[in-house]
Design a protein around this ligand. Sequence first.
Ligand SMILES: Nc1ncnc2c1ncn2[C@@H]1O[C@H](COP(=O)(O)OP(=O)(O)OP(=O)(O)O)[C@@H](O)[C@H]1O
Length: 324
Amino acid sequence: MTGEGESVARGTPVIRTRGITMEYPRVRALDALDLDVGQGVTGLVGANGAGKSTLIKVLLGLLAPTSGDAQVLGHDVRSQGAAIRARVGYMPEHDCLPADVSASEFVVHMGRMSGLPHTVARERAADVLRHVGLAEERYRVMGGYSTGMKQRAKLAQALVHDPDLVLLDEPTNGLDPASRDDMLDLVRRIGTDFGISVLVTSHLLGELERVSDHVVVLDGGRLLRSSATSEFTEATGTLLVEVLGTTTERDRLGHALAERGLQCHPVDGAVEVVPPPGGEVGGVDVRDLVRDTVIDLDLGLVRIQEGRHRIQDVFAVREEVAQP
Ligand SMILES: Nc1ncnc2c1ncn2[C@@H]1O[C@H](COP(=O)(O)OP(=O)(O)OP(=O)(O)O)[C@@H](O)[C@H]1O
């Protein structure tokens, strides 16, 4: 770190907002948001329109909030936007790459824009393009890139100046499941291999659980929840039972378990069993009862595992509360 950034002690929030409100002419995109983001990888999740991109632009000093205060790496977003952008990498959501330029030229250029000398910018560009998996294709013009390659090039330019923090806006947007997993692995490695703090957004509520240390949930510009990922995914006390076959086999099992006195209901492809107090029915352990039932029905057991909360549950709970 350089300059004022050096005074940011470890453990101090890398991002801190107090009462940040952002009003567009017709919509309040952020509503009195108080947020502390620490070091490590933080997932910022929320449905489309929740205010994620607006928050990122405010944090970069690109949009002046209507009211409230925010600091990034100790710098004020209203008056020190340039200092923030010098130490923060930004991967925008939308395609912003020039079609007739190679990834190498582009990333070198972005490094030069950040103040790196030419030779250093070239070395750094080669490093980050290798890191994101574009070493082979780096001299090809980006107009011919797939969506996945474009996302990687956008990520590389966010890293070229060796930032202390990167803000990644929907890096998995438009990617197929395999490319999405690759991108999420890259995001995780930015945090673990390089020690760069990451704020990464997604409108897919479940996808950041496995790469984030901490998850922040936004809804309608408000903070719905901010917790360590482990708290979101803590055990529910239930069992999820999956058997081979379709919903027909799943429902046969569900009915049989209910007949044997267990409270249960279908969840996606599995049956969720709520064990009674003590975990036994008529002196038989619930897991044994489930296994015996599966055998009696001549079904194939895939797994019995502990049920865990999911980030989506935060929204489900809120909707239930909102119902009359
Ligand atoms: N420049 C703008 N002018 C007016 N309204 C805007 C502008 N930018 C965003 N909005 C509105 O502000 C709200 C929050 O938008 P924002 O893009 O921050 O949400 P988001 O969570 O990033 O969603 P998405 O993933 O769809 O981009 C939305 O209702 C959006 O329509």
